[in-house]
Design a protein around this ligand. Structure first.
Ligand code: PMP
Length: 291
């Protein structure tokens, strides 16, 4: 359990880390966040996460009153205060306190910033060995023109509705299609398939979060001589794939064995997934900001 929470510049006890009921993050989901991980006292891709946080904030015209370098220092201070070697870090910036109307202009101009560093909770090990079973949700991913999935905002209801479908079906994750019926991403992960020795993942224009683990996988593939491309994918492509896996900060690289009860490839983690998992594991031990 987290010992100390970073709250607007101070490290406070968990029970003292409180947000106002007038905070627009609470009232309207008006805010942005990041989920970051550290391995063996190295924060993985910290700069990339901070850059994405500020990009998300910029997209909703939320000015973060802290320079990026100071935000990095705040993350490091929180990790040190919690004495965690391996951690999951949740960094949240909300619009701050306002009145009961929507207008962010009526907020006090003091965004609420908090950082939680806690132990990481992973999918059980068996899923990494056997592969996950997932479904295709009927809930579609947000249309870019309404709320771009590229913005990592506090508005996750769209994903939560799809996650509830997964839970109802007795599985861990759900694939979300975009409005055109093409594959977008999962509720908290990006998706890849391998076919004929090549990797494919939906492009950002399909309406996805530009996952940092997704980018690490594309980089690793490039270095390992595995051809990879961003392509429009249909569910038919998924069902006909040799391999399928999901990527995310928390999940890392998790193989998929079945989609909608249909076996994918050999129904167990494939060679490419295995190789990428191995290389990703190595990367997390050397690539990061030390604390
Ligand atoms: N898509 C969604 C909707 C997510 O919430 C996440 C988790 N942040 C991802 C994809 C994976 O992104 P990342 O690899 O940066 O964690």
């Amino acid at each position: 359990m987290a010992l100390k929470i970073y709250m607007n510049g101070k490290l406070v006890r968990r029970k003292d880390a409180r947000v106002s009921v007038f905070d627009h993050g609470v009232l309207y989901g008006d805010g942005v966040f990041e989920g970051i991980r550290s391995y063996n006292r190295l924060v993985f891709k910290l700069k990339e996460h901070i850059d994405r946080l500020y990009e998300s904030a910029g997209a909703i015209k939320l000015k973060i009153p802290l320079a990026k370098t100071n935000m990095i220092k705040a993350v490091i201070a929180t990790l040190r205060a919690n004495r965690l070697n391996d951690a999951y870090i949740r960094l949240v910036v909300t619009r701050g306190e306002g009145d009961l109307g929507l207008d962010p202009k009526k907020c006090d101009g003091l965004p609420t910033i908090f950082i939680i560093a806690d132990k990481i909770k992973l999918y059980p090990e068996k899923f990494y060995k056997q592969g996950l079973e997932i479904i295709v949700a009927s809930t579609r991913r947000n249309v870019c023109e309404a709320l771009s999935p590229e913005i990592k905002s506090l508005n996750y209801l769209n994903n939560i509705l799809a996650k509830m479908e997964a839970t109802k079906a007795g599985v861990e994750e759900a694939i979300m299609l975009n409005y055109d019926g093409h594959v977008a991403e999962c509720t908290g992960d990006n998706i890849f398939i391998a076919k004929g020795g090549r990797l494919f993942t939906p492009p950002v224009t399909a309406g996805i979060l530009k996952g940092i683990t997704r980018q690490s996988v594309l980089d690793i593939a490039g270095r390992s001589g595995i051809a990879a491309s961003e392509n429009i994918l249909t569910t038919r492509d998924l069902f006909g794939a040799d391999e399928c896996f999901l990527t995310g900060t928390a999940a890392e690289i998790v193989p998929v064995a079945k989609i909608d009860n249909k076996v994918i490839g050999k129904g167990k983690p494939g060679e490419i997934t295995f190789k990428l998992r191995e290389e990703f594991g190595k990367l997390t031990q050397i690539d990061g900001v030390r604390y």
